[in-house]
Design a protein around this ligand. Structure first.
Ligand code: HEC
Length: 109
């Protein structure tokens, strides 16, 4: 065999071996990560329900911009409604959509 051919063959075989080893190592690491068990300690959280706590919550809701996304009464807000998702091609579904009061639950979208 000509020497340049042999050198090319060795280079290609070496690259293939390195690529194979890299894939095998990556696969082994990914599998190990997927199969690991993470211990999460679940501890009950005390949720106060007294008038002072409720007033504090309303204050935080109002001052931390929660209403920006959740609406003034917490019912949610519509951000984008292009009308493109509406099932206009199916009359029964379209009628159901029109009958659903706004703000619509996400399952009605
Ligand atoms: C930028 C928009 C945005 C702001 C501001 C925001 N939220 Fe949310 N919030 C969301 C979205 C979106 C979800 C739904 C996430 C999901 O279901 O994965 C959510 C979910 C929640 C939930 C869970 C509701 C459920 O039924 O599981 C609570 C509670 C909540 N938000 C409270 C708050 C409070 C309190 C604030 C203010 C401190 C706040 N959010 C500010 C967008 C926002």
């Amino acid at each position: 065999m000509k020497s340049w051919m042999r050198r090319t063959l060795i280079a290609v075989a070496s690259l293939a071996a390195v690529a194979g080893a890299t894939l095998a190592a990556g696969n082994a690491l990914a599998t190990r990560k997927m199969q690991r068990t993470v211990d999460v300690r679940v501890a009950p959280v005390a949720i106060p329900g007294d008038a002072a706590a409720i007033e504090r919550g309303a204050y935080l809701y109002a001052t931390r911009d929660c209403a920006d996304c959740h609406g003034a009464d917490g019912a949610g807000r519509t951000f984008i409604d292009t009308g493109q998702w509406r099932p206009t091609s199916r009359p029964a579904a379209a009628a159901r959509w029109r009958a659903t009061p706004t703000p619509r639950p996400s399952s009605a979208r």
